[in-house]
Design a protein around this ligand. Structure first.
Ligand SMILES: Cc1cc2nc3c(=O)[nH]c(=O)nc-3n(C[C@H](O)[C@H](O)[C@H](O)COP(=O)(O)OP(=O)(O)OC[C@H]3O[C@@H](n4cnc5c(N)ncnc54)[C@H](O)[C@@H]3O)c2cc1C
Length: 511
C-alpha cells in the first residue's frame, strides 16, 4: 500500500530536542547539512529547561559553552567555576535560536514512534503530530530521545537499569521552581547547622540541614517518609534578590523508566511529594518560610532508562582509570553519581566496587560492606573506587555508534555505557558535547560516502571537534585545573571519607 503520509527529506534527522539533540542538530547544520530536529514537546532543552535541572555539571566547552556565554551576555546565566546555572525559560528560547540560526529546522509536537528499515539501515522514521502520521527520510539519523526510542524501534540491542538492583533504574526526581525564598537566610541556617553539634558528617542522615530537618519532621509526625535523601538548590540567574530557585529533591524509588504504567506512578508520586516537600520546607527550614511553588516541571525527572549497546560500551572502570581514547570526543572529570534505585538514606553511589584497586582512582579496601541500604541485593566487591578529581577520562566516538544498524548515532543520556559509567557521564555538558560530536560525525559520514557509520574513523571526529574549538588536546581548565594544581589532599565526598580527614576534622578541598 502506498503511504499518503506527509514525507520530509533531509540529510540528517535528529530525534529528541534535549541538549544532546540541540547539539547534534546545530553541529550537523553548521557542517552544511539539511537537518530536521524532531521534538514532541514544544520547546528545546529537555530535562534542563522542561525538567528544571538548571545547574550544568561537567566540562563546559564547545556548544554548551557557546549556549552559556550567549545566555550570560543577556544576563540569563550564572557563570561560576563549577555548576554554572541557566535560566530555564530564556535557556530554551536561546537553544531554539541557536538551532534555527544554524539552518536546522525544528518540528515540535512530533512524536517519533517507529522506523521502516531496508536491510540494516533505517529507511525512514515514522512520527505522529497534529498533521497526523508523517515520515522523515534521511541517509543518517541521530537518536537523542534520552530513552533510545529510535534505536529500540530500529532493533538495536540495549540495556535497562542495573543488574545488581534487579534491573531497576536510578531513582526519579521531578524539578520544581520556588519563589519568595530568602536564600541568604537559608545559607546562614545551613552554615549554622554545619557548625553545630547536630551535624554529623559521617552520617548521611545528619550532615545537611534539610535532611536532618526531615528526620525531625518524621519524628514529629509531619512527614510520613524521607522525601529527599539529597537535594540541589539552584538560584535563578538574573535575580539580584535571589528569591527564585529551582530545586530537585524528592525521590521516587523502585522505578522502571521504560514502562508507561510505572512512569505514571512516578509522576503522580512526584506531584504529591513536591507539595509535601514545600510544606515541610515552609515549616522546618530557615529561609523557606514564605516559599511558594510557582512551577512544577512538565517533564518527569528520569535520570536514566535504556542504554544503547554501541560499538564501544564505556565502562565505569574506564572512568576510574581516567582512560583516554584515540577517538575521544569529550572530556569528563566528574564523580560517580548513579542515584540509588531503592529507598534509604543514601542519595547516590559515589563509588563503584572492584576486585582490585584501579589507578589513578581513589581506592579503599572494604573487606565486608554491610551497608545493605546502598547494596541491598548483593555483597559488593571489596575495593571501593572513587574518581580522582585531578584526573579525567574521555568519551569515545564509538560509544555513540549503535550496533546492528548502519546509519544510526546515539547521543545524550542513552549513549552506550554500563550503568555506573552512564550514571557518571549523563550530565548536561557531556550530553550536549556528545550531541555535538554525533552531529559532526553524521556530517562526516555523509561527506565520505561511507556505507555504515561504524566505518567512520572516530579520530577524524575528534580532530574536527578540536577544529570547532573543543579543547580535547589539553587537560580540562578552570575548576578542574584548580583541583589538579591544588597542593594538599582532596577529599572526595567528605561525609563518606571522614576517616581521611586531618586532625581538625576538615578536608582542605571537598570534591
Ligand atoms: C533529577 C535530575 C537531576 C539532575 N541533576 C543534574 C545536575 O545537577 N547537573 C547536570 O549536569 N546534570 C544533571 N542531571 C542530568 C541531566 O539533566 C540529563 O541527563 C541531561 O540533561 C539529558 O539530556 P539529553 O538531551 O540526553 O536528554 P533529555 O533531556 O531527556 O532530552 C530528550 C528530549 O527528547 C524528547 N523525546 C523523547 N522521546 C521522544 C520521541 N519519541 N519523539 C520525539 N521527541 C522525544 C524529549 O521530549 C526531550 O526533549 C540530572 C537529571 C535528573 C533527572
Amino acid at each position: 500500500m502506498v503511504s499518503t503520509a506527509k514525507r520530509f527529506f533531509a540529510d540528517v534527522v535528529v530525534c529528541g530536542g534535549g541538549v544532546a539533540g540541540a547539539g547534534a542538530a546545530i553541529a550537523a547544520a553548521r557542517a552544511g547539512k539539511r537537518v530536521f530536529l524532531l521534538e514532541y514537546r514544544e520547546s528545546l532543552g529537555g530535562l534542563v529547561t522542561n525538567g528544571y535541572i538548571t545547574g550544568i555539571a561537567g566540562c563546559v566547552d564547545g556548544l554548551v559553552k557557546e549556549w552559556l556565554d550567549r545566555l550570560d551576555a543577556e544576563g540569563h546565566a550564572t557563570i561560576r567555576a563549577h555548576l554554572p546555572v541557566v535560566e530555564p525559560e530564556y535557556g530554551r528560547v536561546m537553544l531554539e535560536q541557536m538551532v534555527l540560526q544554524s539552518g536546522a529546522r525544528i518540528l515540535y509536537g512530533t512524536h517519533v514512534v517507529d522506523v521502516e528499515k531496508e536491510g540494516d539501515s533505517i529507511r525512514r522514521v515514522i512520527a505522529y503530530c497534529k498533521s497526523g502520521r508523517i515520515e522523515l527520510e534521511a541517509p543518517v539519523y541521530v537518536d537523542c530521545t534520552g530513552d533510545a526510542d529510535l534505536a529500540v524501534a530500529a532493533g538495536c540491542p540495549y540495556e535497562v537499569g542495573n543488574a545488581e538492583f534487579l534491573g531497576l533504574n536510578q531513582s526519579v526526581t521531578m524539578g520544581f521552581k520556588l519563589s519568595y525564598v530568602n536564600l541568604e537566610a537559608y545559607y546562614a541556617a545551613e552554615r549554622a547547622f554545619r557548625q553545630s553539634d547536630e551535624c554529623d558528617p559521617t552520617d548521611p542522615r545528619h550532615c545537611s540541614l534539610i535532611v536532618h530537618q526531615e528526620h525531625k519532621a518524621m519524628a514529629n509526625g509531619d512527614l510520613h517518609e524521607l522525601l529527599s535523601p539529597g537535594y540541589l538548590v539552584y538560584a535563578m540567574p538574573g535575580d539580584p534578590t535571589c528569591t527564585d530557585v529551582t530545586l530537585d529533591a524528592t525521590h521516587t524509588f523502585d522505578c522502571h523508566c521504560d514502562d508507561v504504567v510505572d512512569l505514571t506512578r512516578q509522576i503522580v508520586d512526584q506531584h504529591r511529594k513536591v507539595l509535601w516537600f514545600v510544606d515541610f520546607l515552609n515549616k522546618y527550614v530557615g529561609g523557606f518560610e514564605n516559599a511558594k511553588l510557582t512551577s512544577l516541571a512538565n517533564m518527569n525527572g528520569v535520570r536514566e532508562s535504556r542504554r544503547v549497546i554501541g560499538e564501544y560500551v564505556l565502562k565505569a572502570t574506564d572512568i576510574a582509570a581516567a582512560r583516554k581514547f584515540e577517538d575521544g570526543i569529550w572530556q569528563h572529570a566528574e564523580v560517580f553519581d548513579a542515584h540509588v534505585p531503592t529507598p534509604g538514606h543514601h542519595t547516590a553511589n559515589r563509588h563503584i566496587h572492584a576486585a582490585e584497586p584501579i589507578e589513578p582512582a581513589v581506592c579503599r579496601h572494604m573487606p565486608v560492606d554491610r551497608d545493605y541500604n546502598m547494596h541491598p541485593f548483593v555483597d559488593p566487591l571489596p575495593w571501593e573506587i572513587r574518581t580522582n578529581p585531578r584526573e579525567y577520562c574521555e568519551v569515545p566516538f564509538r560509544s555513540l555508534i549503535a550496533t546492528g544498524v548502519d546509519n544510526l548515532l546515539v547521543a545524550g543520556r542513552c549513549f552506550s555505557a554500563d550503568y555506573h559509567a552512564n550514571g557518571c557521564v549523563r550530565i548536561i555538558a557531556a550530553c550536549m558535547g556528545m550531541g555535538q560530536a554525533a552531529g559532526t560525525g553524521a556530517a562526516m559520514f555523509l561527506d565520505r560516502g561511507l556505507a555504515a557509520v561504524r566505518e567512520l574513523d572516530g579520530k577524524l571526529v575528534r580532530e574536527d571537534m578540536i577544529r570547532q574549538g573543543v579543547k580535547l588536546n589539553e587537560a580540562p581548565g578552570g575548576y578542574w585545573k584548580t583541583l589538579r594544581e591544588f597542593k594538599g589532599e582532596i577529599f572526595v565526598n567528605a561525609a563518606d571519607m571522614a576517616d581521611l580527614r586531618d586532625e581538625n576534622g576538615h578536608g582542605p578541598y571537598v570534591f
